[in-house]
Design a protein around this ligand. Structure first.
Ligand SMILES: Cc1ncc(COP(=O)(O)O)c(C=O)c1O
Length: 413
């Protein structure tokens, strides 16, 4: 992979050698992949790392292979720590962002009447988890209002922090259902001032923007590796701050990896965030994640953060000009997720028409975003999410395909 060399196409702002990055990405030869918010395309070195480890497991045995690669496994923690601005001891591997999130929630000793303060754009599974906590423990869920332009009203949220003294403040950096980028660091400043426990879902932002846990001021942060980090499926991580580790938070179901059974009647949690992990690991996946994060850092997260949202902004502009298309993304800052409604089509046939053109996309439904889609008065939308290895030509191709389909409206019948 060559980076920081010539620019290609009209990616004038970009320092990235997009042609080289695409050559490094086998999927670019097969599809127009605008579903990075679902799952990014693996880069060749990431794939090679995983296949190599699976081969080693087959040859020498699974336990023996992980012992032989202990140093490289450690690379998972050092790479994520370098990416997010913490130490390797603050990072736990998780099989998904949702697993990381529920493990973190399980560590909080909620009591009846405790308040969880969150936003109207937090991720569907997080909202369901809060509702489940309400059902079991009688916690109260308070949603901070949005500003008229979209995105959470931080001043109103801070006022709710003061009046409710929540047990937990939770915010999703970039929701799954729109291009909105929430001001998580501003929220964090209020949490630090008031010493409130703060959990951030950075699933869609790691690999797309710089994510620095100190700057955000969070206690806990969750993410997947498969989306904008371009890691393998079935992987994610949880950041746990020193504050939280020192305070003794531990997951409800801690195992023999997260703790030591020191006496028949007592266990002792380990000092680090490994307390939030389980003993069994998919080692090929863990090594693939390390390779993916190393790759993203070599490409340069700042350069990625300039290019991916810029491609999305270009796509938004093109789509906004198409009759029958309503771009739904609102907010002062928009990232690499583009969502829109289209007249005259039902969801599945519309997506299938894009699939038939080799264009990868995703559907979002009202159920994924009850508040946001209620406010926007839509039942579904199509989501297109380019990444830095996509090209301006692909943006034009995708926009032209949508325009053609909007003209045809064949799916209406
Ligand atoms: C904002 C956000 N949070 C959390 C998740 C859940 O991630 P996972 O599927 O790895 O559990 C997603 C997945 O789309 C997401 O978009």
């Amino acid at each position: 992979m060559r980076i920081d060399s010539s620019t290609t196409g009209d990616s004038r702002e970009s320092l990235l050698d997009v042609a080289a990055l695409r050559a490094d990405t086998p999927g670019c030869r097969e599809v127009v992949h605008f579903n990075n918010a679902g799952c990014g395309l693996l880069a060749a070195p990431v794939l090679a790392t995983m296949l190599d480890h699976l081969n080693l497991e087959a040859r020498v045995g699974g336990y023996e292979a992980s012992a032989a690669r202990a140093e490289q496994v450690r690379g998972f923690y050092t790479e994520i720590a370098a990416l997010t601005g913490c130490t390797p001891d603050n990072i736990a591997f998780a099989g998904s962002a949702t697993h990381a999130y529920s493990t973190a929630l399980s560590a909080i000793p909620f009591e009846a009447g405790d308040v969880i303060l969150t936003t109207r754009n937090d991720f569907i599974s997080n909202q369901i988890a809060f509702l489940s906590l309400r059902k079991r423990y009688g916690v109260r869920i308070v949603h901070a209002p949005d500003t008229p332009d979209g995105g959470v009203d931080v001043a109103a949220m801070a006022a709710l922090m003061r009046s409710h003294r929540p047990r937990l403040v939770a915010a999703t950096h970039i929701p799954t259902n729109s291009g909105l980028v929430q001001p998580v660091a501003e929220i964090g400043r209020h949490c630090r001032e008031l010493d409130l426990l703060y959990l951030v879902d950075a699933c869609q932002s790691v690999g797309q923007y710089p994510v620095d846990v100190a700057e955000i001021g969070c206690d806990l942060l969750t993410a997947t590796c498969r989306k904008f980090l371009r890691g393998p499926r079935g992987s994610g991580f949880l950041y746990v701050s020193d504050r939280v580790l020192r305070a003794g938070y531990e997951p409800l179901f801690i195992d023999m990896h997260g703790s030591r059974w020191v006496e028949p009647g007592r266990y002792q949690p380990v000092e680090s965030a490994a307390r939030f992990e389980e003993w069994e690991f998919p080692y090929a996946t863990v090594l693939g994640c390390a390779a993916a994060v190393r790759y993203a850092r070599q490409v340069g997260v700042d350069a990625i953060a300039r290019r991916s949202p810029a491609l999305a902004a270009r796509l938004r502009d093109r789509l906004a000009a198409v009759p029958g298309v309503r771009v739904l993304d609102r907010g002062p800052r928009l990232g690499a997720l583009v969502t829109f409604a289209i007249e005259g089509w039902r969801p599945e046939p519309f997506k299938a028409a894009l699939d038939a053109r080799n264009i990868n996309s995703a559907l979002s439904f009202r159920e994924f975003a009850q508040y946001d889609f209620g406010d926007k008065d839509v039942d579904w939308c199509l989501r297109l999410s380019p990444h830095y290895y996509n090209t301006e030509d692909e943006v034009e191709e995708v926009a032209a395909a949508v325009a053609e389909l909007a003209g045809r409206r064949a799916g209406a019948r």
